[in-house]
Design a protein around this ligand. Sequence first.
Ligand SMILES: Cc1cc2nc3c(=O)[nH]c(=O)nc-3n(C[C@H](O)[C@H](O)[C@H](O)COP(=O)(O)O)c2cc1C
Ligand SMILES: O=C(O)C(=O)c1ccccc1
Length: 430
Amino acid sequence: MSETSGASGTSESSAAAEASEPSQAGGAPAGQADGGASAGPPAPGFGNYQNDIYLNGLDGQLPRFTTDLTLLGASAREHLDPGAFGYLAGAAGSGATHRANRAAFDRHRLVPRMLRGPAPRDLSTTVLGTRMPAPVLLAPVGVQSIIHPDGELATARAAASVGVPMVLSTASSHTVEEVAEANGPDGTRWFQLYWPNDDDVCVSILERARDAGFTTLVVTLDTWTLAWRPQDLDQSYLPFIRGVGTAIPFSDPAFRAGLEKTPEEDVISAVLRWVPMFTGTDRSWDQLPFLREHWDGPIVLKGVLHPDDARKAADAGMDGIVVSNHGGRQVDGAIAALDALPGIVEAVGDRLEILFDSGIRTGSDVLKALALGARAVLVGRPYAYGLAHGGEDGVRHVLRSLLADLDLTLGLSGHRTPGELSADSLQSGV
Ligand SMILES: Cc1cc2nc3c(=O)[nH]c(=O)nc-3n(C[C@H](O)[C@H](O)[C@H](O)COP(=O)(O)O)c2cc1C
Ligand SMILES: O=C(O)C(=O)c1ccccc1
C-alpha cells in the first residue's frame, strides 16, 4: 500500500507455506455484513458469535469473510501489495520452522470427555495482573500501516471492543499515545520492546509507554537482527528503512534530541539513526537489571525456546516468558514452538508465567497449548490478516471467531474452564 513492489517473490518458502494451507470453498465473499460485529462489551459467552452468524443468515447476511482462520493467509493476498503480503505471510529461509509450527499442532489431539455438564463456561483468567476474558492476547505485529491505513489504531479499537489485551510493537506505525487513545480507558495493553542501544531513548520510550497505560513489558529477544527472509529480499522490501513503522522513536524527545534535523525534515537521517539503534543490538542476561530499574510493572521475555534460557529468565527475576519462534520468521530450522513448550513448563512452570505463540490458528490450537502448560497464548498473523481484510471490523471478526471456536471446542471437549486442561486432555505423538 505505501510501497511500490519490486520483483514478485518466487521462492516456494515462507509466504507460500501460509498461503497454501488447504483451501476449501468455505470463504464467504468479502464485503458482506460483519456477522454481528459490534463495539462495546462482548456478549456473554463467546460462542454467541455462532448464533449471531446463523441468525444474520436469516436476513441474508454472511460473515464479512471466512470463519476458517487457517484460510486467511491465502485470501489476504488479494488485499495487499506483493511486498506487504510477503512481509506479513513470509518466514525465515525455506519456511521449515513456519511449517513445523503448524505440523506440531497436528501431532497432538484432544480427547473429548462426555456427560460432564460443561456449561456455562468461564474462559476468563488473570495473567500478571491483567484480567482477560480468555487466555488470548494479540501478539506484537509491527508496521501495521502496510496492512491497513488505520494500522495499530484499528487493532487497538477491535481489541478493546472484544476485551482482549493487545501487545503493541516498538515498530508501530502510530505512537504509544495514539494507540492508547484508540484502545481507550477500558482497553488492556502491554508494550513490546525492541531494546534500543541508546539508554536515554530506551528509558524515554519506556516512560511514555507507562504513562500511556501500558502495564506489562514484553522484551523480544529473538529479533536482535532480522533473519534471512527470501520473501522480503526478493522484493527488496523492508518497510522501516523507508520510515514506516517508526512512529514511536520519531516522536520521541530523546531520539529527536540526537538528530540535526527533525524526521519530518529529513526522514533518511532519522532512519539511519534508528535502524542501527534497534537492530544489530544483541544483549546479554546481565543487562536485564537495567530494564527492571526502569520498568515498574511485570517483565516478560519473548522468544525463549530452550529450558536453560527459561531458567535464566527465572533466575533473572523475570515475571514471564513467551515460548515462541517468532512465527518461524527468525531461525529457519528451529524447533516448533509447541515442541519446546513441555520441556520449558517442566523446567520453570512453577517459577514464572509461561505464555506461548507461533502457529495458533484455531480454538483447538489454543486448547492444545494450554493443555501443554501455557497460561495464555498470543496470536499474530491471523489478526493481521483480519486487518488486511477489513480494518477494525476485520480484526474483530477474527477475534470473535477464534474465541467462539475456543469456547465451543472447550465445552465440547468436556471442560468448563481452561484450567481443567492438562496433558491428560491430549493424545500426543499421533
Ligand atoms: C508481520 C509481522 C510482524 C511482527 N512484528 C513483531 C514485532 O514488532 N515484535 C515482536 O516481538 N514480534 C513481532 N512479530 C512476531 C509475533 O509477535 C509473533 O511472535 C508471531 O507472529 C506468532 O506467530 P503466528 O503469526 O503464527 O501467530 C511479527 C510477526 C509478523 C507476522
Ligand atoms: O518482522 C518481524 O518479525 C519483526 O519482528 C519486526 C522487526 C522490526 C520491525 C518490524 C517488525
